[in-house]
Each structure stands twice: as C-alpha cells, then as structure tokens.
Write a protein that binds this ligand. Structure first.
Ligand SMILES: NC(=O)c1ccc[n+]([C@@H]2O[C@H](COP(=O)([O-])OP(=O)(O)OC[C@H]3O[C@@H](n4cnc5c(N)ncnc54)[C@H](OP(=O)(O)O)[C@@H]3O)[C@@H](O)[C@H]2O)c1
Length: 334
C-alpha cells in the first residue's frame, strides 16, 4: 500500500495563553516527527495518560503541537532500515511516543526504528492492540511477583481499579498465569463481568469507608494498584507476610498516607512500575503475552470498545471522569 498524501490525525496544541486544545486535522507525513519507519495505524489504545494529554489535564506532552497516543499497532508502509519491511505488523509503545514523538492518534505515523517492535507470533495485530500498554504493564508486575517468589499457589492477587483497562487485562493475564485474582471495584454492577474474565472474588472499593485499622486482615499475597490514595494504603495494610504491592497508577490521586507497620510487621514490599521498559524486557514479556500469559480473548473481547478517531475527545472526557470501563481502542477502519 502506498503512503497516503494526506491523512487524518487528532493533534494537540497549546495557545499563547497556555490553553491546551486537541482537534482533528488533515496532515502530511512531513508534519510528523521524524522516524525511519512509516506505519499505517490500525489501532491506537486509549490510556488514562492520553486522556490527560488530550485535555491538558497534566503536563505530559513535551512540546506542541503533538499527536498524542502512547501506543499503536499497525502495518509498515515504508522503512529505510532493513529490520522492517512493508506489510509487516508492528507495535509501538513508550519511548516517549505521544509525548516527545508523534503518537497513535493519527492514521499514519513516522517512528524511529528503535521504537518499533514486530507483533509477536501467536498474536494477531488486533489481539496485540487489545493487550497493549495495559496488558504489558500488568505483565511487568507479574514478572516481578514471580522474581519475588510469589507463585500462583501463594495466595490471592488484588487488582484495584479492576473496571479499567489495566484492571481488565491484568485480571485476565493473572488468571491465565494461574493466579487467584481479587478484583476491587467501585462499580459492583461489574461483578459478573469481572468474574467472567477470571476474577475469583470481587471486592467493593467501599471497603475503604469502613473504620481503618493499623493493619487489616492479611488477605493478599500481592496486589496491582491502579488507584493510589487510600486504596494503596489499604492494600499495603492488607498484605499477608512477604506480600508485594505494585504501584501502577494514580486514578484517585498522586499521594497516599502510609504506615510503616506493613513493612516492619509483615515484610510487605512496595515497588513501582513504569511501562516504558528496556528493549530486552519488552521482547521477553511480549513473547509471554503471546503464549503462556495470553489472556482469554473470548472473555476479554466483549469488554473492548472500538471508537472512531472523531469520537475520541468525547470518550476521553468520560474516561477522565472515571465513567469509562474496559479497554478502548481507536479503530482506524471506522
Ligand atoms: N505505571 C505505568 O507505566 C502505567 C501504565 C498504564 C497505566 N498506568 C496508570 O494506571 C492507572 C489505570 O490505567 P487504566 O488505563 O486502566 O485507566 P482507566 O481505564 O481509566 O481505569 C482506571 C480505573 O480506576 C478506577 N478509578 C477511576 N477513578 C477513580 C477514583 N477517583 N477513585 C478510585 N478509583 C478510580 C476505575 O475502576 P472501577 O470503576 O472499577 O473502580 C477506573 O476504571 C492510571 O492511573 C494510569 O495512568 C500506569
């Protein structure tokens, strides 16, 4: 397929007064940041971080104008390096994509070859897009749990913000890897859905409204926390001996109040995840996600929403209000 002369993109600008505005535009290749590989975007995952960028709700974009979108899956149209060839299915995430380089919310992108990865064998381009950054993030936490000796039989793994994209993919991936997942959500109406993707237990996030104790009942061997704030504190206080918490997100804010008791009484560990992993780790984890950790797609797909690029501003406003659920992909065939 030839490189289109013009194509549609959602580009984010900053006015002289500092206002951030994102609008649909018709661009040419030379309007985009440079890169050796030209990719026709098929799907761009919509992450919480992208929603913040599009609406200027946090200083994420490094310089304007910029096409946001921290991840994409597509097909190579042209490459000036031998490692990629036209027609090849590739994925791109991290490496400042959508931040310092133009990202996925464009029907065509130019990407530095070092940022491009072949879609691994065992995944279709669509499956790779469904897993995307949320699934990769969960896989990074899972790899660390295993390194810490937290095997499937050790106990439940809590997943907070379970109704979101990391929650959906994380629950499905942990279940596939043999773990017992305790999904925590503010929306108990999602209970059946969370059980269908592999949660053994669904906990109402209203547990935080009950009287809080210095140490709660030790109920989890590990946790992936998407929320921060009081949820992160509660998870730490609910760890069994030697339990580990992966701090992944800040859906409820950047700060939390902590007690040292989980650390000095139960040997709890707290570690952070940044999905922008080194190349070797990307290759290793995507290979696992394509086979032994591949989520049950039949269970996950009903919770994947496909939207057109033109619907992204409206959708992202709702996601910032916590009103979105599951995984959302911009589908460029729409
Ligand atoms: N560290 C990394 O590299 C990395 C990578 C990916 C994502 N993240 C971060 O991880 C978090 C989750 O990402 P995502 O893509 O899954 O986002 P998402 O799809 O928007 O989901 C976030 C979920 O958190 C819960 N939530 C939202 N607002 C909340 C609030 N005010 N208080 C409590 N719970 C709230 C909701 O779940 P319920 O309705 O079920 O309660 C919501 O579905 C975000 O903070 C994101 O920035 C970080």
């Amino acid at each position: 397929m030839p490189i289109p002369q013009t194509f549609e993109a959602l580009r984010t600008h900053q006015t002289a007064e500092g206002q951030v505005q994102s609008r649909l535009e018709t661009l040419r290749l030379d309007d985009l940041s440079a890169g050796e590989v030209v990719v026709r975007t098929r799907y761009a995952g919509v992450n919480y971080k992208d929603c913040l960028s599009l609406h200027g709700r946090a200083k994420i974009i490094a310089s304007y104008p910029r096409v946001a979108g921290i991840e994409l899956v597509g097909e190579v149209l042209a490459s000036s390096v031998a490692s990629f060839e036209p027609g090849q299915a590739v994925l791109v995430h991290g490496f400042q994509t959508g931040i310092a380089f133009d990202g996925g919310f464009s029907a065509c992108v130019r990407v530095p070859a070092a940022h491009v990865q072949a879609v691994p064998q065992g995944l279709t381009p669509h499956e790779a897009a469904v897993i995307g950054v949320p699934g990769f993030t969960a896989a990074m936490a899972l790899e660390r749990f295993i390194e810490l000796g937290i095997a499937p039989g050790t106990g439940s793994v809590a997943m907070s913000g379970a109704g979101g994209a990391v929650g959906l993919l994380g629950t499905a991936i942990l279940a596939r890897a043999g773990y017992r997942v305790a999904a925590i959500t503010r929306r108990m109406a999602q209970e059946e859905r969370l059980r269908a993707i592999g949660a053994h237990e669904v906990i109402d996030a209203a547990v935080l409204d009950a009287a809080q104790r210095p140490l709660e009942k030790p109920r989890f061997a590990a946790a992936i926390d998407n929320v921060g704030g009081p949820m992160l504190s509660w998870l730490l206080r609910s760890m069994a001996d030697g339990g580990a918490v992966a701090s992944v997100g800040n859906a409820a804010g950047n700060s939390y109040e902590g007690s040292v008791l989980p650390f000095i009484m139960r040997r709890a560990q707290l570690f952070g995840i940044v999905a922008n992993a080194p190349v070797e780790q990307r290759k290793r984890l995507w290979t696992k996600l394509a086979v032994e950790w591949k989520p049950d797609m039949a269970a996950v797909l009903p919770h994947v929403q496909h939207i057109a690029l033109g619907a992204l501003m409206e959708h992202s406003a709702r996601q910032l209000d916590g009103a979105s659920s599951g995984r959302v992909l911009v589908d460029f065939s729409r």
